[in-house]
Design a protein around this ligand. Sequence first.
Ligand SMILES: [Zn+2]
Length: 274
Amino acid sequence: MKKLIAIALLVAAGCNQTSKKISLPELLATGKWVDLSYDFSEKTLYWPNNPTGFKLDTQFNGVTPAGFYYASNSFFTPEHGGTHLDAPVHFAKGKWSIDQVPLQQLLGEAIVIDVSGKVSNNADYLITVADVEAWEKQNGKIPANAILLFKTGWGKYYPDAKKYLGTAEKGAAAVANLHFPSVHPDLAAWLIKNRKIKALGVDTASVDYGQSKDFKTHQLLYAENIIGFENIASLDQLPAKGAFIIALPMKIRDGTGGPLRIIAWVPGTIGEKN
Ligand SMILES: [Zn+2]
């Protein structure tokens, strides 16, 4: 028996010698980075009742009296528009504001559940527990601490307000005309009870669907300090699992949300460089 253990140890030691350790930069060079953020411009989409959208004002652009070129702008934006993060305090008093969200909450494995086939052209589609169960049947259980992203296919309409939001009208009255798919509150409740996720993101304007009146999915998730990502771009470039998300919002003190640069690293094959 002792001899067998000794042989096993030798084999293990031999394996260790042959398998080369890969540094993090070497590993990252084998994959590719995907930008999941839309840029901010006058085309950026906001909730209809926002009084203003994104504004970029030129402060200076030209040659200075000293002879060198110089350019600087100032910008203005509501917190909740374009690719942005919802801090839990957006719908849950006393929960994290955007500056309080721990870094670990913003980094993690991406689980991408493609429901675009189910949504089809139904702008009022609600993503259900059955959709998640169907994904898990194919791919296994959603791992703990995942960043869960739902692909409805609606991203193809961005930034066409009429198609993406259901209305291009502005003002409080236009809110009733919003139509886009998102997460059923029953699914939010199920995820809280049965899975452990850090964040939930969608390729639509809200984690509640356009016709929601009570924003129940927001209320349920944010009460549990689960983070929301809205208007996520390019989800079609991610695999169903295995990509790694880095989602860094602007760090606004006491902010309820804000512009988000969200990127994903998609693993490639060791030995190949991209
Ligand atoms: Zn928001």
